[in-house]
Design a protein around this ligand. Structure first.
Ligand SMILES: C[S@@+](CC[C@H](N)C(=O)[O-])C[C@H]1O[C@@H](n2cnc3c(N)ncnc32)[C@H](O)[C@@H]1O
Length: 228
């Protein structure tokens, strides 16, 4: 038997097994990398897509610089607690904290909350800001004296009722880009898509107590009146 055949016979079967093993390992690595990449892409993208699947589709659209400036302008004489409902990348919360507010952001998207916390830390306002992953419809706003919302028209009616029933009478609410449907603003700033409307809780709370007919609700009537 020629020398090469002897060599081929003795090496080929073993080499084939090794090659197959290497190929299946490579296959596993490729499958792992592709699978891992898809899972990572899903994990990043899902929180951005999720708002579109809810009852009110409120996507992440950051406020313009003019919009943020208008919010700060209308709140310039205010202080205390502030909340941005659906805080996105935290720009309004951070700008408000720089103006002296104890500012909070409520946001559904955990990536945006992480990014907001990082930005607040980088800009030196992490002590006067806080960001929470939560659904705006499942929290109470009773503790806030200043509320900012950049919402969508479809949600403003329901939010109006929620805020009217929860906020203290000293609160102010600022709506960005889309106003509330029935409240009467005490002030506005900016124009076009950068317009903001300011509402005083004293006004909308008294409307709530009067009810749609304009009469005071029975439980709100003065019961100290002497009986005749
Ligand atoms: C129009 S963006 C406004 C972002 C930010 N306030 C600003 O002005 O730059 C609305 C934000 O609300 C968030 N969002 C949507 N649905 C929400 C919900 N149910 N609860 C809390 N945040 C929500 C979105 O993820 C998005 O970041």
């Amino acid at each position: 038997m020629p020398q090469e055949d002897i060599f081929a016979d003795s090496v080929q079967p073993n080499g084939g097994v090794k090659e197959k093993g290497a190929r299946s390992r490579l296959g596993l690595v490729v499958t792992g990398v592709v699978g891992g990449t898809l899972v990572a892409l899903y994990a990043v993208a899902a929180p951005f897509v999720a708002p579109a699947l809810r009852k009110f589709c409120l996507p992440f659209v950051p406020a313009t610089t003019a919009q943020v400036d208008n919010v700060l302008t209308v709140l310039r004489r205010r202080s205390g607690t502030l909340v941005d409902i659906g805080s996105g990348d935290g720009r309004i919360v951070i700008a408000a904290a720089k103006q002296g507010f104890q500012a909070s952001g409520l946001e559904l998207n955990p990536w945006l909350v992480c990014y907001s916390r990082y930005r607040a830390w980088r800009e030196g306002v992490h002590r006067s800001t806080s960001f929470h992953i939560c659904d705006l419809w499942k929290v109470s706003f009773a503790q806030y004296s200043n509320v900012v919302i950049f919402g969508v028209p479809q949600m403003m009616d329901q939010l109006e009722h929620k805020l009217a029933s929860e906020l203290p009478s000293t609160a102010k609410v600022v709506a960005c880009r889309f106003p509330f449907p029935t409240w009467v603003p005490e002030n506005t700033a900016g124009e076009g898509i950068d317009t903001v409307w300011v509402y005083d809780a004293r006004t909308f709370n008294s409307n709530l107590q009067r009810g749609p007919t304009g009469k005071t609700a029975p439980e709100e009537r003065d019961t100290t009146e002497p009986h005749t």
